[in-house]
Ligand binder design. Structure first.
Ligand code: GLU
Length: 375
């Protein structure tokens, strides 16, 4: 298999984020293009059966809602219009996904997130835990920005970057942006006949960035190539490959598998950014002292469970950076799933005893292995 295509296969990427752009989803009369979407979901069903877990980031709420409400400029004339359009369009959009996925034997879940939800470390962790659980249950999460509450200053505004951040949160190895363009060209192909197609980007540098045009081709979405390149940067830094593919064909994922058409941004090796971010931290808010068994489990790549914690030091909240210590000194650093108070109460307790201690069920690990680096 062409290595460009293989990077997105179920064998290479156990989790894949697929972003679907507004102009692909909503037709000129403001209806959802159900047949086309059904084809995309058929592609996803095949991948799901092959073991890949899928996250959909779907645009289209504003475009759909604007049509239904008869709002000008695709609902983007002002923030209030966009918010009303999004609220109206989103409920229709979720219904379509729920139905079409159900028809194919899959369960849909909806998550609407704001920029802050993913920028704030604690909320990022919450979203990440939810995504993780949904994926482990074989559910297909469908995400969009919560445009009805997001305000102009604090929103992604485009689902390209949102998809990349979601990939980070979901621990996905690959992202596909289905778009009204089939990839990156050296210049805007609409205005420059000499524009050449680029099929692989190994290094996203200033030379590549200079090729982008910020306008969205269709005028329906808000993506544009600049946002797509930013998405590629975020995804690649998180260790996820990203592809810009044309969604203007039926069964676009199958089309990519057969033709390889699209621009693939290859993620470099090295540490995942969450880990790099953690490893680069200079301070920690607290310490969990652990027994030798827990320290061994960490070295084997497992999560830290409360059962292995012997003592808690410091004041910290969920999502804060803390260190893990043995009698010999620090062994790991990670993001705490508990507050210091919870950690103190749970220290030494096995998972099945924890709900009784706290009165509610806590996260299953004190530090999840995805949020932990060994020192
Ligand atoms: N969140 C917007 C919507 O659902 C789309 C953003 C974008 O165009 O990328 O309509």
């Amino acid at each position: 298999m062409d290595p460009r295509i293989a990077r997105f296969s179920p064998a290479a990427a156990s989790r894949l984020v697929v972003k679907i752009g507004s102009s692909l989803l909503v037709d000129a009369d403001g209806r959802v293009r159900r047949d086309w979407l059904a084809g995309v979901l058929d592609d996803l069903v095949e991948r799901h059966a092959a073991g890949q877990r899928l996250v959909i980031v779907s645009s289209g709420a504003i475009a759909l809602g604007a049509r239904r409400l008869g709002l000008p400029k695709g609902g983007r004339a002002c923030l209030e219009d966009a918010q009303a359009a999004a609220a109206t369009g989103q409920i229709a959009l979720s219904q379509v996904y729920a139905e079409l996925l159900h028809d194919r034997g899959l369960t849909a879940a909806q998550m609407l997130v704001t920029l802050d939800d993913l920028e704030d470390r604690r909320r990022f962790l919450n979203a990440s835990a939810t995504l993780d659980r949904l994926l482990s249950l074989g559910v297909v999460p469908v995400l969009n920005e919560n445009d009805s509450v997001a305000t102009a200053e604090i929103r992604f505004g485009d689902n390209d970057r949102l998809a990349a951040r979601v990939a980070q949160a979901a621990g996905a190895g690959a992202v596909m942006l289905l778009s009204d363009v089939d990839g990156l060209y050296t210049a805007n192909p609409a205005s420059d006949p000499a524009a050449a197609f680029i099929d692989t980007v190994d290094r996203l540098d200033a030379r590549i960035e200079a090729m982008a045009d910020s306008r969205s081709g269709s005028g329906l979405g808000s993506g544009g190539m600049v946002a797509k390149l930013q998405a590629a940067k975020i995804a690649n830094a998180a260790g996820a490959h990203l592809a810009i593919l044309s969604g203007k064909v039926d069964r676009p994922l199958r089309h990519f598998d057969r033709t390889g058409r699209g621009t693939v941004f290859v993620a470099g090796g090295g540490a995942k950014p969450r880990k790099a971010w953690l490893a680069g931290r200079l301070t920690a808010k607290g310490r969990l002292h652990v027994d030798p068994g827990a320290a061994k489990a960490l070295r084997e790549g497992r999560s830290l469970l409360a059962a292995g914690v012997t003592r808690v030091e410091g004041r910290f909240g969920r999502g804060d950076v803390i260190e893990v210590w043995t009698a010999d000194g620090p062994v790991a650093r990670g993001l705490s799933a508990y507050s210091d108070d919870e950690a103190t109460k749970l220290a030494g307790a096995r998972n099945d005893a924890q709900e009784a201690i706290l009165g509610y069920a806590p996260r299953s690990a004190a530090i999840h292995r995805d949020h932990l680096v060994l020192l």
